[in-house]
Design a protein around this ligand. Structure first.
Ligand code: GAR
Length: 216
């Protein structure tokens, strides 16, 4: 059974979706821990309610970013995870920890990368009158929100759509696509070879990554 560690900073609804998918055998893996840099993250409560071990490593308790990341890295090493999922983890990580786990660390980002790395992706999509918005799942590299793409989930932006509604729809597709991709990773159907994502038993056509269009 593949061991999954999840890093969060806030609500943790995506961590919960992964845990529930593991618990119902939709994912052939086990969440061994949910780690938060934010001691008040609601996701810690969600995880504990589902019987998952939690750990707070609060970046504010360290003198420097590298000190914090060394502790996080050593803790992760001690767990021997097969997969590390950044699911609403709102810290930018440095090269050392990323290189340590580069072929087993994935990130969920709420935009159709390379559009809108960083914050406020939903308001940017609305402000730019985009017809589409969505989510990206990628291996983590040292460039912010720019590692090799594994999958994107796409929705249409409705006329005059309010940001709250758009965020709600984005969450719905995150909760579908992220568990699906975590399962494929646990089944060894997706892997990182050099800088390229390799897919087994998955049809990715010429896009080179998985694209799912949702009507939600
Ligand atoms: C998700 O929408 C995720 O895509 C986003 O934070 C939210 C976390 O929700 N991540 C980022 O913005 C990372 N750059 P959750 O805590 O309910 O899973």
């Amino acid at each position: 059974m593949k061991k999954i560690a999840i890093l969060i900073s806030g609500s943790g609804s995506n961590a919960q979706a992964i845990i529930k998918a593991c618990n119902s055998n939709i994912i052939a893996g086990k969440v061994i821990i949910v780690i938060s840099n934010n001691p008040n993250a609601y996701g810690l409560i969600r995880a504990a309610k589902l019987g998952i071990e939690t750990k707070i490593i609060n970046h504010n308790n360290f003198n420097s970013r590298s000190e914090y990341e060394d502790v996080l890295e050593n803790f992760l090493i001690s767990l021997k995870p097969d997969l590390i999922v950044l699911a609403g983890f709102m810290r930018v990580l440095g090269d050392k920890i990323i290189n340590k786990f580069s072929n087993k660390m994935i990130n969920l980002h709420p935009s159709l990368l390379p559009l809108y790395p960083g914050l406020n992706t939903h308001s940017k999509a609305i402000a730019n009158n985009d017809s589409k918005h969505g989510i990206s799942i990628h291996f983590v590299s040292s460039n912010l929100d720019a590692g090799p793409l594994i999958a994107q989930g796409v929705i249409q932006i409705n006329n005059n759509e309010k940001i709250e509604k758009l965020i709600e729809r984005i969450h719905k597709i995150e909760h579908l696509l992220l568990p699906e991709i975590v399962n494929e990773l646990c089944a060894n159907n997706i892997s990182l070879v050099g800088d390229n994502v390799k897919f087994n038993n998955i049809d990715v056509k010429q896009n080179k990554f998985i694209i799912r269009n949702y009507e939600i």
